[in-house]
Design a protein around this ligand. Structure first.
Ligand code: DAS
Length: 348
């Protein structure tokens, strides 16, 4: 009897010593269900609640004291700026009031990189934030969600993950929120940063980092504590026969900035000379990014003239991350000083 009490006391003491990790569930395939265990398409995403996600991985309770928060239950294609502002504030509140020492956010894969990037540039604390998702619904044979959640909790509760900001973790890899992008529509190995690589991997529950904590080059921080909305920024896609008048449509629909996912290293057809007119008339900054999926966009392009306005270019940011950064920059500084806006994107 005494031994049982002693063992129980020892167990309680060690469980109470574990770090507090809050799992914030937002929806996605990781919470998806499908009638057939052999089908990984046409499932219903965002069905399971946060408690069901946690119950599917009881092993996380050996890593941390877990608290679950149901933030939303939506496919990540439905994520939006106003939800992201709320999510970022929630993360900061949970860490600053001491309720959590690490955060896990479950999310859909489709816009995971956008939310991760948004959170990373609006979060300025040392506690780790691990964004996690899955490519297969929870009902699939070899569903990747449960092990991904296990590794995300391991990451969020690890001292070696401190001062690394927001990370993305799937498929045993740890990726930077700034550089990692979804590269494949089907594979569980879809998240990559082709040029910059991964931050680390896992050895079972132990994160194995390749580098000491580092900040992505010129990564900014935006205090959004008093912000409730951000300017609308659109992305237009570059292609053969692309239509420059879409720029005007976008501006008429309220865009305060435009990112073009240009071909190659930010090239635009000469028919886009009109772009200068739209920009000079509206004052809406227009930024060249690239649809290629990796590396930076070189400054300058002299085959088009923009009058007194010089081109903006997205540097290392892909179009979807550049869009978010442009929203935050325009919100804080406006768009009239284009060289000031450009400074946030310069790759060197
Ligand atoms: N439904 C998509 C999403 O929520 C796909 C996914 O999660 O993998 O992003």
């Amino acid at each position: 009897m005494k031994l049982t009490i002693l063992l129980f006391a020892a167990f309680c003491a060690s469980a109470a010593d574990l770090p507090h990790v809050t799992i914030i569930a937002t929806g996605g395939t990781i919470a998806g269900v499908q009638k057939s265990s052999t089908s990984t398409t046409n499932y219903k995403d965002s069905e399971l609640a946060v408690d069901a996600l946690i119950d599917a991985v009881p092993e996380v309770k050996d890593l941390a004291q877990i608290n679950g928060v149901q933030f939303s239950n939506i496919g990540s294609e439905n994520m939006n700026t106003s939800l992201l502002l709320r999510l970022s504030k929630l993360v900061t509140t949970l860490i600053s009031n001491g309720s959590a020492e690490g955060i896990v956010i479950t999310h859909g894969t489709d816009t995971l990189e956008e939310s991760a990037f948004f959170l990373d540039v609006t979060y300025d604390m040392s506690a780790p934030v691990a964004m996690v998702a899955a490519m297969r619904p929870s009902t699939a044979l070899s569903a990747d969600g449960p092990f991904n959640i296990y590794e995300a909790v391991a990451l969020a509760s690890s001292k070696t993950a401190i001062n690394r900001g927001v990370m993305m973790t799937l498929n045993d890899r740890i990726g930077s929120a700034v550089y990692t992008t979804k590269t494949n529509t089907r594979s569980v190995d879809t998240f990559k940063a082709v040029e910059q690589g991964y931050l680390g991997v896992f050895n079972d529950k132990t994160p194995v980092f390749y580098y000491y904590p580092a900040r992505a080059y010129k990564k900014p921080f935006f205090d959004i504590s008093g912000v409730d909305s951000l300017p609308k920024v659109d992305i237009l896609y570059g292609h053969i026969d692309s239509d420059v008048t879409l720029v005007n449509n976008s501006i008429s629909n309220g865009a305060k900035g435009i990112v073009v996912a240009c071909t190659g290293d930010g090239s635009l057809p000469t028919t886009w000379k009109e772009i200068a007119k739209y920009w000079t008339e509206s004052g809406v900054p227009i930024m060249r990014s690239s649809r290629t999926g990796s590396s930076y966009v070189a400054p300058g392009k002299d085959n088009l003239t923009l009058g007194e306005y010089s081109y903006l270019n997205s540097g290392n940011y892909n179009p979807q991350k550049a869009r978010i950064l442009l929203q935050l920059v325009l919100n804080e500084f406006g768009g009239s000083n284009s060289s000031l806006v450009q400074k946030f994107f310069d790759p060197y």
